[in-house]
Design a protein around this ligand. Sequence first.
Ligand code: ADP
Length: 381
Amino acid sequence: MDIANVKVGILGGGQLGKMLNYYGNHWHLPLFNLDKSENFPAGINAYHFTEGDFKNYDDVVAFGKEMDVITIEIEHVNIEALQYLESIGKIVHPCSEALITIKDKFLQNEFYAAHSLPTPEYKSFASRSDLLTSIQSHDTKLPLVQKTRGEGYDGRGVKVVDSMKDLSDLLEGPCIVETKTRIAKELAVIVARNDDGQVVCYDPVEMVFNDNNILEYLYTPANVSVDIQASLLKYAKSIIELYKISGLLAIEFFLDTDHQLWVNEVAPRPHNSGHHTIENAVTSQFEQHLRGILNLPLGDTTMLQPAAMINILGEEGYEGKPYYQGIEEVFKIPNVHVHLYGKPETRPHRKMGHITVCGNDRSEIEEKIKKISKIFKVISK
Ligand code: ADP
C-alpha cells in the first residue's frame, strides 16, 4: 500500500473523524472528510474537508469517486452510493453488505440468530400500533425492549417497557422488540481485521452505571471471569469474520445474572468504548482502523495499564459557546488525559469531549473520577 498517495475518504466529520484524522496526520496520509460543515470537529485537522451530505447519493458518489479507499465514522450513510462505488472498484470498508445488516436492528438480530450467536429473543413490528395491538392481546409479553429499526443512536431509538403504564412512550415506526435481559454487566470488545485476514482484539471494557442508571464511566480491564473474557474474545473474532469487515468492529454484549453472554449490537468503526486506547494501548483504535482499512499489518493491542473513560457531556441548563469550568484543576491530576472535540456550542448531554483516566488500579482511578466529576463542568457563560 502506497500510503503517501492513497486517498482515504471518511464519511462523517464528527469527533471520530477528527481523531481518525489525527492518526492519519501522523503518516501524512491524504485523508478526506465529507460532512455538512467544515466547522464540525474534523474540519480542524482534515487533510481536506468536503462540505456535503453523507446521506445523499450524489454527494457520496461525487466524493467517493475521487478516493481510493472509503470508510465511515457513522453508520447512517447512503448505502446505494457505497454499492455503486464498490461496483466501480473502489475499496469500501466496512463493505456495504455488512452495513445493510448493521444499520437495521432486525437484520442484525436475524444475522446473529442465523449464525447461532446468542441474541435476545426478538420480533419485528411494522408500526407502533401493531406492537400495541400485540401487547394488548397478550401475544407480546412485558417487560420488553423496543428498538426502532432505523437510526437509533446513544439510546435514542430504544425504549424499555416494564409495565402497561410505559406504553404511552412507545416509539413510532417499524421496530423490533426484544425480551428484556436481566443485565448484570454491559461489556464491549473492539476487534480489528485486515483484508489479509489478520484479526486482533482489545481487552474487554465494562460500562459502569450510577444508581440512576446513567453511564458513569467505561473501565478496562473488565471485571469478568477468565472464561467470560475468553468467550467475549472468541465471539468478537468470529463476528468480524462473519461480517467480512476490514477495519474496526465494536461489539456490545450483555452478561446476564445467570452468567450468560448475549450479543447486543455492533458498530463497524471507532467507538466510544475504545477512546482509552489513545493513551492506554500500544496502538490506538484510530490508528488500528486505518491499518485495517489499508490492509497494513495490525498493531499491538496490549493495554499499558488499567484505565477508565468518561464522556464530557454538556451540563443541563446551559446552551451556547462552551466554557470548560474547572479544567485547570483536572490538568493537575496525574495520568489524566483531556480530549475536547471543539464543538462550537454546548447543549445538555451533548458529547463535548472525553477524559481518559489511567492509574495503577481501580480504586485509584475511581478516586480520580470522583474528583473530576466534582470540579469539572461544561457550561456556557
Ligand atoms: P443504542 O444503539 O442506542 O446504543 P442499545 O441497543 O445499546 O442502543 O440499547 C441502549 C441500552 O438499552 C443498552 O445499553 C441497555 O442498557 C438497554 N437494552 C438494550 N437492549 C436490551 C435488552 N434486550 N434487555 C435489557 N436491556 C436492554
